[in-house]
Write a protein that binds this ligand. Structure first.
Ligand code: ATP
Length: 140
């Protein structure tokens, strides 16, 4: 039995991470799920939120939005539409994106694509919380 699980996070643009880790927690579309070494095969859509993984007693955070997670042969593959390690997140940019979403919600109610605006706001809030969590954990 393996005592770690291989975590790979990729987006259409790049490979974000490839690491042997102790545990993966991820924001599934239907709620958070956790993956330990030797997990049974598993497939889930991803929501918007913070994936985290544990390695050597530390917890690391990665923002993800959309895509799929697949677990097979002790490998957890995250095929994310968008993903950023906590240290890569530009918090000022996320704050501006949140402000824009707030302004759109107030100013353009008749023409507003509510779901799209809501998703932009959720991405911005999750990015800020991801970097905060990484800093609190001392891994960012
Ligand atoms: P923005 O309005 O600031 O572009 P967004 O949520 O619409 O934010 P996305 O469509 O999720 O942006 O991402 C587009 C690209 O920009 C992706 O490559 C993503 O990794 C990057 N990105 C977006 N926001 C940030 C951020 N705050 N810090 C680092 N990278 C970001």
């Amino acid at each position: 039995m393996a005592d770690t699980v291989k975590l790979e996070i990729v987006t259409p643009d790049r490979k974000v991470l490839s690491e042997d880790v102790d545990y993966v927690g991820a924001p599934g579309a239907m709620g958070e799920f956790g993956i330990l070494p030797n997990h049974v095969p598993f497939l889930s859509a991803l929501g918007i939120g913070n994936l985290y993984y544990k390695l050597g007693g530390k917890t690391y955070y990665v923002f993800v939005a959309g895509g799929f997670a697949e677990v097979s042969h002790n490998k957890c593959t995250i095929l994310a539409e968008v993903a950023e390690m906590a240290h890569e997140i530009d918090v000022d940019r996320a704050q501006k994106a949140a402000d824009r979403a707030g302004q759109r919600a107030q100013q353009t109610k008749e023409r507003l694509d509510f779901a799209r605006n809501q998703a932009a706001l959720r991405r911005a809030i999750a990015r800020m919380s991801c970097q905060r969590a990484g800093k609190d954990a001392g891994t960012c």
